[in-house]
Design a binder for this molecule. Structure first.
Ligand code: ADP
Length: 399
């Protein structure tokens, strides 16, 4: 079964055509700078392809180009669109309306309108992506929506409620939603497989660490807590995002600097975290170099992120009443042996043992167990694969 996975952002449309039976990626690519000047990259599974400037006025035009690249010319991988069995769409926010992936119908799209404003930069282009698919491929090809927030909908009220007047939850649905749910779900399922257990028998902390980062507590296969909050701004320090703060820091800075809510939001989303503390870069690799050269603010930024992760591992183990495995994924989680060593240091009390040699060699997309034989808690690196998870959900729903 061939599933086309679409991830539409505000000015981009990424895609992968996946053979879901054997996980093979037949082709993938990205339409960038949609509505600006337009750039299109397309690659076949064996690494051939092209990159070119092209007019991309909107998501519809981008989608038509994707279909053209997949079906015609030197880098086509299918003979016609009839080989696409279904399309799976990544949707950033489903509010508390969407607790699972769903098959797209007119009714579902109407319901989606009710949560579209939870992610004003991401949900509207995702909807455009779906409309473009239905138009280009026809309604006979089923579309499935897979929500980044859905996995976290199993959190109990004690984990999702904020300590502000309850009426804001009732009126505006202000609560913790979390993000990266598809990644947390994928790696926690894979982790249960590696443990040789059913998901129902496991207690796992999953750390998705990239430019955006979040940590989740997954008890018996269900998310019971997660670090990101109402929006992906909450949680731990990230590349450019502040993560959690004493809320009065926000009002204090706004008053002192005379900053509007919108500008403050921008400051917290784009000028904080690694870049804000270090003044050097939002990229962990740059900070590793700077810290190695003895630049103090770079070290503070990295230490603060690692310390916050360590605290959450402890907190979530307490919340679940135990821990079977700790999982690292995402660009930093899959590659930074320094971060993993820092997080796992002095964690023997919790049952975490750590093999420094395995830690060093498990990078660049490798899966591995970093714990010592016999250790009570396993420490895994599991490269995430959100696209495959989306394809799998699509296959399940399409039948
Ligand atoms: P996104 O959240 O945008 O999907 P990624 O998951 O690709 O991001 O992660 C990007 C982060 O991963 C960057 O901070 C980058 O520096 C970091 N990263 C990638 N490779 C390494 C590495 N070898 N060592 C440390 N950090 C790395």
């Amino acid at each position: 079964m061939k599933i086309l996975v679409i991830n539409a952002g505000s000015s981009s449309l990424k895609y992968q055509l996946i053979n879901v039976e054997n996980k093979d990626v037949l082709a993938k690519g990205n339409c960038e700078r949609i509505g600006i000047d337009g750039r299109f990259k397309h690659k076949t599974g064996d690494g051939r392809g092209f990159e070119r400037e092209v007019a991309l006025p909107d998501h519809r035009a981008a989608f038509r180009l994707v279909i053209e690249a997949l079906t015609t010319g030197e880098f086509a991988v299918i003979g016609s669109t009839s080989e696409i069995d279904a399309v799976g769409h990544r949707i950033v926010h489903g509010g508390d309306k969407f607790t699972h992936s769903v098959l797209v119908t007119d009714e579902v799209l109407k319901e989606f309108q009710g949560v579209i404003n939870f992610a004003p930069l991401h949900n509207p282009p995702a909807l455009s992506g779906i409309e473009a698919c239905r138009e280009t491929l026809g309604k006979a090809v089923p579309n499935v929506m897979v929500f980044d927030t859905a996995f976290h909908q199993t959190m109990p009220p004690q984990a999702y409620i904020f300590g502000v007047p309850y009426k804001y939850y009732e009126q505006y649905r202000v609560r913790r939603y979390g993000a990266h749910g598809t990644s947390h779900r994928y790696v926690s399922l894979r982790c249960a497989e590696l443990l040789g257990k059913k998901p129902e028998e496991t207690k796992i902390v999953t750390c998705h660490l990239g430019n955006g980062s979040s940590i989740s507590a997954v008890d018996a296969g269900k998310c019971v807590d997660t670090s990101m909050g109402f929006t992906p701004l909450g949680g731990i320090i990230m590349g450019t995002r502040s993560g959690d703060l004493d809320p009065s820091v926000v009002t204090f800075i706004m008053e002192k600097e005379g900053i509007s809510p919108r500008d403050m939001e921008n400051l917290l989303n784009k000028e904080s975290g690694f870049i804000g503390i270090s003044g050097i870069s939002s990229d962990d690799r740059d900070l590793e170099e700077a810290t190695a050269k003895g630049i103090e603010r770079s070290k503070i930024a990295q230490d603060a992120q690692r310390y916050q992760i360590k605290k959450l591992v402890g907190a979530y183990s307490a919340a679940m009443g135990g821990l079977d495995a700790l999982v690292f994924t995402g660009g930093i989680g899959e590659n930074s042996s320094l971060l993993r060593a820092a997080v796992c240091e002095n964690m023997e009390y919790l049952g975490i043992t750590f093999d420094p040699a395995k830690n060093e060699e498990t990078i660049r997309g490798k899966e591995g167990d970093l714990s010592l034989p016999g250790g009570k808690v396993r420490v895994y690196v599991i490269p995430t694969n959100e696209e495959y998870m989306i394809a799998l959900d699509t296959k399940t729903l399409v039948g």
